[in-house]
Design a protein around this ligand. Structure first.
Ligand SMILES: [Fe+2]
Length: 270
């Protein structure tokens, strides 16, 4: 299995604070049957800002430590990017942190705020530039809990959705749990991650029971798709075919999206 979202790298964000803890997280994930882990530290302006070379160095160090400890897991570089106007700076500088140097970008939006028009403009802009957009844990976002239909609407930007395992156990509350199960039933999920920040109880400890629940709703083939085939395609930078709603069908003209974004972009540059 491949963990698509994990804060396993030491001293990068609010995840693992040390190499010892990172190794313990890798050991627990390996014991539960994971053979690959996407390291996705937070990247957000003013809070967690790091350089790509630091990320690569830490991934290398952790992989070396895993080999030394004879753990059968490989860690791959990635990031969880908070969507904000700062993303435009990263985009223009060619510094968007994709997953394993693919075109896949894992991002999050603020959990309790409504989805802004700016976010939608950004989705359109990033898609037209060839990025594969993966929204982290939509089931945790208040705006989608209140109006799940929005997640269907956002398919017009070809968004892919990543579910947190511990949402299935109710770790993030009943609203997240219900939405998580609804999204699974509707086949709207493409990736699964632990989003673990440390070893032991909590998100990590919840994994075995979450996998049981996942098996109940996704079946053996679904588990294979979500935890093996889809993440492997992303790691290898292959396109994943899912059904999308086209902007044309929705009666929207993509052209105006670009021009509005350009306006925002130019305003920020002044
Ligand atoms: Fe996360």
């Amino acid at each position: 299995m491949i963990d698509f979202h994990c804060h396993i790298l030491p001293d990068m964000d609010d995840g693992s604070p040390s190499m010892d803890e990172s190794l313990e997280m890798a050991r627990q994930l390996a014991l539960m049957g994971f053979s690959a882990i996407l390291a996705t530290p937070h990247l957000m302006e003013d809070y967690f800002v790091w350089q790509e070379d630091i990320l690569e160095e830490k991934v290398e160090q952790l992989n070396a430590a895993c080999r030394q400890a004879e753990l059968p897991v490989t860690v791959y570089p990635g990031a969880e990017l908070l969507l904000s106007p700062w993303v435009l700076d990263l985009l223009s500088a060619g510094k968007l942190p994709t997953l394993n140097k693919s075109s896949y970008l894992l991002f999050e939006i603020p959990l309790t705020q409504p989805l802004t028009e700016f976010c939608e403009e950004l989705f359109f802009r990033l898609r037209t530039q060839g990025y594969e957009l993966v929204l982290a844990h939509p089931e945790r976002c208040l705006t989608f809990q209140e109006e799940p239909r929005k997640l269907l609407d956002l398919r017009k930007y070809e968004l892919l959705y990543q579910l947190n395992l511990s949402s299935l156990t109710g770790h993030f509350g009943e609203n997240s749990r219900k939405l998580a199960i609804d999204l699974l039933k509707q086949n709207l999920i493409t990736f699964i991650g632990s989003d673990a920040h440390h070893s032991g109880e909590g998100r990590m400890g919840d994994i075995p029971s979450a996998l049981e629940i996942l098996r109940r709703y996704a079946g053996k083939d679904g588990m294979d798709l979500l935890l093996e085939k889809n993440p492997l395609k992303a790691l290898n930078n292959e396109r994943i075919n899912v059904e999308f709603i086209s902007p044309e069908k929705d009666g929207e003209k993509p052209g105006h999206k670009v021009s509005l974004l350009d306006k925002i972009f130019k305003r920020r540059r002044r």
